[in-house]
Design a protein around this ligand. Structure first.
Ligand SMILES: Nc1ncnc2c1ncn2[C@@H]1O[C@H](COP(=O)(O)OP(=O)(O)OP(=O)(O)O)[C@@H](O)[C@H]1O
Ligand SMILES: O=C(O)c1ccc[n+]([C@@H]2O[C@H](COP(=O)([O-])O)[C@@H](O)[C@H]2O)c1
Length: 217
């Protein structure tokens, strides 16, 4: 089977991630998309980060209605750093009949040479790279050609809607008690609200996320 791997910190998961999964599934004829939350990402250490268990719960809620979206807990260990080269090597060994497609945004494609043992990633998967932020198609094609020639990487452009949305923006909006509706699935917004995630104050005054009971107009 052709498996898409959507790796990320998912703090929190948002519709940008889900759309990448959906478009990769359709465009490349994938059988399943595995959402792979990293347990202990060495490249992302922040004071306000959510514990792995909470990030996983948000993914569960985000993907529960989509039969071909799965949760992959292979990196779900906060006691060790998560490294893609290691994970992809292990997934290939564990599931030898599958072909893996690693899905990422342009920011990740341009920083991949800073990843640990990054050369070892390329033989384990085809990379599906989506455009993001300030990188345009010419930048992307240049970077793809470079990675192919320098390392024998297999990289394809993933045509997905360009969305200026990030987990950083969502954490900021949540901490300011601005709505995150439409940027995350309703079930994720509800989970964030109920558990007071990304908020400094303990109590929920009901304003957050505009998810309090509807009144008639
Ligand atoms: N809006 C988006 N468009 C394209 N790719 C995205 C988008 N959001 C996230 N990605 C990609 O999804 C993968 C996982 O991203 P991650 O979980 O770090 O989310 P993020 O929104 O980039 O988080 P943060 O703002 O905390 O850095 C990365 O490869 C990233 O490039
Ligand atoms: O292996 C590494 O050194 C490495 C460095 C940066 C990012 N990654 C992986 O790239 C994916 C997207 O990461 P991020 O930072 O956007 O959440 C996710 O699966 C990370 O584990 C991996």
């Amino acid at each position: 089977m052709k498996i898409g791997i959507m790796g990320g910190t998912f703090d929190p998961i948002h519709i940008g991630h889900l759309l990448l999964g959906q478009f990769a599934y359709e465009e490349f004829g994938l059988g399943e998309i595995w959402f792979l939350p990293n347990g202990n990402p060495p490249h992302k250490r922040r004071k306000d980060e959510c514990a792995l268990q909470l990030r996983v719960e948000m993914i569960r809620r985000a993907i529960r209605d989509v039969p071909y979206f799965k949760l992959c807990l292979h990196e779900a260990d906060e006691s060790v750093h998560s490294y893609t080269y290691k994970t992809m090597g292990e997934l290939n060994a564990l599931y030898p009949g599958n072909d893996f497609y690693f899905i990422l945004g342009a920011d990740s494609l341009f920083s991949i040479e800073t990843w640990k043992c990054f050369r070892e990633i390329f033989p384990t998967c085809t990379i599906l790279a989506a455009m993001r932020d300030d990188k345009d198609i010419t930048d992307m094609q240049g970077q793809i050609q470079y990675l192919e020639q320098a390392y024998g990487a297999r990289v394809c452009i993933l045509q997905a809607p360009l969305l200026e949305i990030s987990s950083t923006t969502l954490r900021q909006r949540a901490s300011r008690r601005q709505s995150i509706r439409y940027m995350v699935p309703d079930a994720v917004a509800e989970y964030i609200r109920k558990n007071h995630l990304y908020q400094k104050r303990e109590a929920d005054d009901g304003r957050f996320g505009e998810d309090s009971e509807k009144t008639e107009a």
